[in-house]
Ligand binder design. Structure first.
Ligand SMILES: [Zn+2]
Length: 219
């Protein structure tokens, strides 16, 4: 009888520790309360890069909306510079593109976000270039570290062999004073990238890679 009681006791201990193990694994608070600003490139009259009737603006938005949902599940506070097919330029702007980018940078700066991520696709006259690549402006010392971390993840999870790159000429990156980078998640000009970028499973893969990178950065 005593032996039986010990077995029950041991089983109870196992059950409780197993329960705590499962709960501890499920609660990950790395992104809880982090304010992330997602900037889906282009929109409205500006399609971005294109191939036949495939527009960069649409793929950027699709990935950004999925990313918004995924980050929301992690407890992050997420904003997008656009939630549909439009741009942010003011009425009668002399330079529509410049006005659009300026308004995006203003929204991002006013938000006091922890990080901003511009989502774009790359394009090149040669269709052999492929893979996801990160661009950063070194005005904020954190940006290089963020860029390296994302590029490492792109290599590991998306098989990209590209290198992260400093570019201080990009207008939006120059105007924004929050930490953040530009993610060119693939080449619309490359047939293989273009095919994958339009598939749900691959967009989800990109989103998961970005979420994992952010968790890594804030852990
Ligand atoms: Zn673009």
């Amino acid at each position: 009888m005593e032996k039986y009681k010990i077995y029950v006791f041991l089983l109870l201990i196992l059950f409780i520790s197993g329960f705590y193990y499962v709960t501890a694994k499920e609660v990950n608070t790395d992104l809880l309360g982090r304010i992330i600003y997602i900037d889906p490139g282009h929109g409205g009259l500006d399609p971005g890069a294109m191939y036949k009737d495939i527009y960069e603006k649409d793929i950027n938005l699709s990935i950004s909306l999925k990313l918004q949902e995924a980050l929301g599940r992690e407890g992050a506070i997420v904003y997008l510079t656009r939630y549909g097919d439009y741009d942010l330029s003011v009425k009668n702007a002399i330079n529509r593109k410049r006005s659009d980018l300026f308004m995006r940078s203003k929204e991002i700066n006013d938000s006091d976000c922890d990080m901003f991520l511009s989502i774009h696709l790359n394009s090149d006259p040669s269709n052999t270039w492929h893979g996801a690549q990160v661009f950063y402006n070194d005005k904020n010392p954190k940006n290089k570290q963020i860029a390296k971390l994302f590029q490492d993840s792109f290599k590991k999870y998306l098989n990209s062999n590209r290198k992260y790159k400093k570019d201080n000429t990009l207008y939006l990156q120059r105007k924004v004073n929050r930490p953040g980078v530009l993610l060119e998640v693939g080449f619309i000009s490359n047939p293989n990238d273009r095919y994958k970028l339009r598939q749900n499973y691959y967009q989800d893969k990109i989103v998961n890679t970005i979420v994992m990178s952010l968790k890594e950065y804030y852990k």
